[in-house]
Design a protein around this ligand. Structure first.
Ligand code: IPE
Ligand code: IPE
Ligand code: MG
Ligand code: MG
Ligand code: MG
Length: 326
């Protein structure tokens, strides 16, 4: 299995080929440096969307369920969770294309969470990724089932990959199901709903954000390490990074709900205020919330230091997550 294999000293191969290897390292560095973050992330997005489109090409009965799942899955979106997973795997030393089913499965779970989040019984929103929400097009029953289908299929998709040892896959499934379920997103979403209109409580606010959003983002980063079988020190750097960008991500989402435009966001601006949600701007105001998000990003940058120059994309992504406008 792959992993950190630094032990054993330099082999004769390395000595004999030193000039060539040196040149290779320099060229790779400049090749990477020449790509900006936008190009890097759109490369990951294309990989994920190609994989998902091919996966959902085969007919599923009934056709309306198939169409409903594809409608939301292929509606766009930043694909930031799979991108983080691929980045983590590659930062540890792997080739992201070897874990496409695992990275894409995270996007299935995320998309299910958006479909359910928009339902009339939850946030009751009618626009998502710049298009009418799933239930507006397919009706509530099909939207619920499309969400159920995506969540369940995600684990089927995730559970097989010849390139990854079964033990690693099992650890990864444990990680993902914890983050998406009762020890993460579902718990956070439940707390979000029961906290609407309630008096401000900073502990509950942090619980909501750490669970409904940060848990899956943190898992996306950690999964890259788990699938690579990374050493403990690398895992703790990934954990610190993932936790911090995860919390910052939802604080920024809350800020954008106040300061963004519906057009830019592709979802209704002001949705939180309409529902009297417990958000960072509602509790701390926009300015303080920005500072708090920045503090988390600084933490993330510090955690990423473990990887030295290889932390390049982690750092770029962290800065982008703070500055993003949708
Ligand atoms: C929106 O997530 C829901 C949250 C957890 C805040 P994203 O901002 O990643 O949405 P897409 O996938 O880009 O549409
Ligand atoms: C949603 O939080 C988190 C999820 C798990 C989907 P929000 O309700 O703030 O997400 P948006 O703003 O609708 O995307
Ligand atoms: Mg919500
Ligand atoms: Mg919502
Ligand atoms: Mg929001």
């Amino acid at each position: 299995m792959s992993g950190y294999r630094g032990e054993g000293g330099l082999s004769p191969f390395v000595f004999n080929h030193f000039p060539v290897l040196y040149l290779y390292v320099i060229i790779s560095f400049y090749k990477e440096a020449a790509i900006d973050l936008k190009t890097y992330l759109s490369g990951k997005k294309v990989l994920v969307e190609d994989f998902v489109s091919r996966y959902f090409e085969q007919p599923i009965a009934p056709e309306i369920l198939h169409n409903s799942m594809k409608y939301s899955l292929l509606a766009g979106g930043k694909r930031i969770r799979p991108a983080l997973c691929l980045t983590a795997y590659e930062t540890c030393g792997g080739n992201g294309e070897d874990i496409m089913p695992q990275a894409a499965a995270i996007e299935l779970i995320h998309t299910y969470s958006l479909i359910h989040d928009d339902l009339p019984a939850m946030d009751d929103d009618d626009l998502r990724r710049g298009k009418p929400t799933n239930h507006v097009i397919y009706g509530e029953a099909m939207a619920i089932l499309a969400g159920d289908g995506l969540l369940t299929e995600a684990f089927r998709m995730f559970s097989s990959n010849d390139k990854i040892a079964p033990a690693m896959l099992l650890n990864a499934i444990h990680e993902l199901s914890s983050a998406a379920g009762l020890f993460g997103m579902v718990a956070g979403q439940a707390m979000d709903i029961i906290s609407e209109g309630k008096s401000h409580d900073t502990k509950i606010l942090e619980f909501i954000h750490r669970n409904k959003t940060a848990a899956l983002l943190k898992a996306s980063v950690r999964l890259g390490g788990i699938l690579y079988n990374a050493e403990d020190a690398a895992m703790s750097s990934l954990t610190g990074y993932g936790e911090a960008i995860g919390l910052a991500f939802q604080i920024v989402d809350d800020i954008l709900d106040v300061t963004g435009t519906t057009e830019e966001l592709g979802k209704p601006q002001g949705s939180d205020e309409n529902k009297n949600k417990l958000t960072y701007p509602a509790v701390y105001g926009v300015e303080r919330s920005r500072t708090m998000a920045k503090e988390q990003i600084d933490r993330a940058l510090q955690s990423a230091e473990f990887f030295g120059p290889k932390a390049h994309w982690f750092k770029e992504i962290a800065n982008y997550l703070l500055e993003r406008s949708n």
